[in-house]
Structure formats: structure tokens, C-alpha cells
Design a protein around this ligand. Structure first.
Ligand SMILES: NC(=O)C1=CN([C@@H]2O[C@H](COP(=O)(O)OP(=O)(O)OC[C@H]3O[C@@H](n4cnc5c(N)ncnc54)[C@H](OP(=O)(O)O)[C@@H]3O)[C@@H](O)[C@H]2O)C=CC1
Ligand SMILES: O=C(CO)COP(=O)(O)O
Length: 320
């Protein structure tokens, strides 16, 4: 049976998911906020953020919220725009809202499913996250992600609806763990980029990733997540991809800062706001998050990378 899916956000990730699901036979509508962008997409079928990728002809493109109404809605917009988006474009009760963004909302400290529960209480809240570059999904390369939903039955339906021949979804009933893994790995990826950019070496990056992963687990477990979720695709898996690839915007942003050059402007670098949110949560709740806190301080210009490195190395010696 053909299923209807709305995808909100015609950036890199929204477009890639819309392409994959449309190719798989779903009836997909891709929503962009600008009517000019919609006109250009309809005419050229080219996605500026995914060079060389063409939108399938079956894929509908619109900026009209009235054209939406599918029982599944993917939210592929940056995390800090999610709350505003949920309020401006409400979904019908019962709609499954699947957050495809990675981060923590700065003004509330909530993750995407927390915002959905607050702002769309009659909808099903889920999150789709894990290691994947939009370009790989759009090209149909093999990818595995986590689909997390507290409602096991709804999650199983979404897993089946959103899996394709090359996009393999694992289900989880731990959205807190899945979304925190996706949020925190971006902060660790910025730190890894700084290490490489500053010439501190591959050994230092391996140490940072290992200790960064401990911080990811520490915060997530404090928030009620399950350890196995952090060890899965949405946590460990995505940290490995993002912190080791020059295709990652978070990693390249950190690498530019480490090298003392100006990061490219305008890219969606989710780890920046997340670092601030994490530093705040860690301070408020007394959670030891030294790497994330240092990243936040460097981004706020209250510490240099050299000072942050020295401070991390000078911490008391401890048991692993
Ligand atoms: N790119 C990737 O490989 C992956 C991305 N993600 C996650 O997906 C999310 C989106 O990232 P990505 O698609 O890459 O980012 P892009 O920068 O490519 O696109 C962002 C999209 O969100 C839209 N947008 C921005 N602000 C608003 C707003 N206030 N209301 C509505 N739409 C808005 C943009 O519209 P406009 O063009 O008009 O500005 C654009 O369509 C992020 O959380 C990211 O971490 C997850 C996995 C992979
Ligand atoms: O989330 C991603 C990979 O899983 C994309 O990473 P960047 O946002 O750093 O490009």
C-alpha cells in the first residue's frame, strides 16, 4: 500500500529523506518555507545543498502548509527552529511527528521529542537519528539509523514505513537516549575537529573520543537514557562518523577553529548551540562534562584551545 509522508525542510537532510522514500514508492510531499525555493526546485529538480542530486518527478514540492496532512511528518529542520516550527505549522492530532534534527533546544533545555510532547501533545513523538550523511542517503548508499519512539507499537509501524532497501532502521523505545546521542556527538565532533586542526594528533583525538563518549553516557544516563542506546547507532555510531569525517560540518567547523582560520559561514553546525545548552545543564545539575564545557567556553571566547587542552590535561588523575 502506498503511504503518504510529509517532509518538512528542504535542506540537505529533508531532501535526501524525501528522495529515498519517494524512490521507495511512498507518496511524499516536501515542504520548504520559501516559495521562491519551491519554484526553483520545481523547475530544475536540483537541490543546491546536494550537488548532482535530482528530485524524483513523483515527489511533490510545496510551501503551502495546507497541502500537508499525511499521517507521518518528518521534521528535518535545524533544532533551534523546531519549537517555532511546531507552533507555526501544527499537525492534526494523531500525526506521527518524526524529528530528524540533532540538538538540544537552548531556551528550554529540551530535546526534539520533548518539544513535540510540549507543543503537539496529541501527536506521536519519534526521532530518526544515527550515522548518515544526507548525500549518501540521496545516492542510495547503504545506511542504518535508529527510529526511537516511546510507544513501541507506533515505533514499529514507523520503522516499517520509513525503511527502504538501502535505508535500514533499527527501532528503539528510548527516544531520550537516541536524541541525546545525536545531540552530544556533534559537540564531541567539534572538539575532535579542534584537536586535528590544532595539530594535536590522532592519539589525542582517540583519547578525546573515548572520554567524550563517557560524557555522552554520563549526561544521557542522568536524563534517564539506557546505556545500550548510547552504544548504538545514534550514539557511538554517529560519534564515530561525525568526529572522523571531513564531510561533517561539525568536524570541519572545529577543525577550522583549531587551525586558526575562519569557519565557513551559513552552514548548519548544530553542535554550537548544543555545546552551550550542555554546559548550562552540566552546571545546573552538577554533572561532570569537562570536554563539552571546554568546547562551549572556546566557542564563547572565554578560553583558547590551548588553555582548554591544558586544563583537560591538568585534571586530577583518576580511575578509568
Ligand atoms: N545533512 C546531513 O547529512 C544530516 C543532517 N541531520 C540533521 O538534520 C537537521 C537539518 O539539517 P540539514 O538539512 O543538513 O540542514 P540544511 O542547512 O541543509 O537545511 C536546513 C533546512 O531547514 C530550513 N530551516 C531553517 N530554519 C527554519 C525555520 N525557522 N523554519 C523552517 N525551516 C527552517 C532551511 O530552510 P532555508 O533553506 O529556507 O533556510 C533548510 O530547508 C539538523 O538537525 C542536522 O543535524 C541529520 C543527519 C544527517
Ligand atoms: O549528523 C550527521 C551525520 O550523522 C551530519 O553531520 P554534520 O551535521 O556534522 O554534517
Amino acid at each position: 500500500m502506498t503511504q503518504a509522508i510529509d517532509v518538512m525542510g528542504a535542506g540537505a537532510f529533508g531532501s535526501a529523506l524525501a528522495i529515498a522514500l519517494s524512490r521507495d514508492g511512498s507518496d511524499v510531499t516536501l515542504w520548504a518555507r520559501s516559495s521562491e525555493q519551491v519554484a526553483a526546485l520545481r523547475e530544475t529538480r536540483e537541490v543546491a545543498r546536494l550537488p548532482g542530486v535530482i528530485l524524483p518527478k513523483e515527489l511533490r514540492i510545496t510551501s503551502d502548509a495546507g497541502a500537508l496532512g499525511a499521517p507521518i511528518r518528518l521534521l528535518a529542520i535545524p533544532m533551534q527552529a523546531l519549537a517555532q516550527h511546531l507552533q507555526l505549522l501544527p499537525a492534526r492530532g494523531g500525526t506521527a511527528l518524526v524529528a530528524c534534527c540533532k540538538g538540544i533546544d537552548l531556551s528550554t533545555g529540551l530535546g526534539p521529542t520533548g518539544l513535540i510532547a510540549r507543543d503537539a501533545p496529541g501527536c506521536v513523538a519519534a526521532v530518526l537519528t544515527g550515522p548518515s550523511f544526507a548525500a549518501d542517503i540521496a545516492r542510495g548508499l547503504p545506511t542504518a539509523l535508529t527510529l526511537a519512539c516511546a510507544d513501541a507499537q507506533a515505533g514499529a509501524k514507523l520503522q516499517s514505513a520509513l525503511s527502504t532497501e538501502t535505508l535500514r532502521l533499527y527501532r528503539s523505545t528510548d527516544p531520550t537516549g537516541a536524541e541525546l546521542g545525536g545531540a552530544l556527538k556533534n559537540v564531541i565532533a567539534i572538539a575532535a575537529g579542534m584537536v586535528i586542526g590544532a595539530g594535536l594528533g590522532e592519539s589525542a583525538r582517540a583519547a578525546l573520543l573515548t572520554r567524550g563518549y563517557v560524557e555522552m553516557q554520563r549526561l544521557a544516563l542522568h536524563m534517564g537514557a539506557r546505556p545500550e542506546t548510547l552504544a548504538g547507532l545514534s550514539g557511538f555510531g554517529d560519534m564515530v562518523l561525525t568526529a572522523t569525517s571531513g564531510l561533517s560540518r561539525n568536524f570541519t567547523f572545529g577543525r577550522a577553529l583549531g587551525a586558526g582560520s575562519a569557519p565557513s559561514q551559513g552552514a548548519t553546525v548544530e553542535g554550537r548551540a548544543t555545546a552551550r545548552a550542555v554546559a548550562r545543564i552540566a552546571a545546573d545539575q552538577g554533572i561532570d562534562m569537562p570536554i563539552c564545557t571546554m568546547v562551549s567556553a572556546v566557542l564563547e571566547n572565554t578560553l583558547t584551545i590551548e588553555q582548554a587542552t591544558a586544563a583537560l590535561l591538568a585534571r586530577d588523575l583518576r580511575e578509568e
